[in-house]
Design a protein around this ligand. Sequence first.
Ligand code: THU
Length: 145
Amino acid sequence: MRPDTAGRSVPYDEADLLRRARAVRSRAYAPYSHFHVGAVVVTPTGTYEGVNVENASYRMTTCAEQTAIARMIAEGDRGPIIAVAVVGDGADPCTPCGACRQTIFEFGPDATVYASGDGGNPLIARISELLPHGFGPHRLAQGQR
Ligand code: THU
């Protein structure tokens, strides 16, 4: 365990996660937006990298976080996600879009998100702060019989 920059004791190296997200960003396929994003998802047993993958039919775009989570599932890891690092182009933190917040919440309702750009300090927040009152698997189960 070691401290992150928010002072939490965590079983990963925040700076290393952000470095990896920044490095993998260079593989993003973003010929339309020219906005490149890299993400790393952390579970108790593994880490998974992803990039955004755009499409000429713009709405088919997949975000970096989604790609990383799809890799996690394809590798047989169901989480829970304990941390996500996201790095996008530009100075400001690249906070996950609404759809990505929902996907992170599905597999990591207690996950910590480290969002960064190329300047300044990362924004650090729990997914429950980014997606308050989130709808997830536990709530759905209440309605099923
Ligand atoms: N993007 C991500 O990959 N993750 C986010 O959380 C924000 C947005 C991508 C989608 C699209 O390829 C580009 O950034 C511009 O929206």
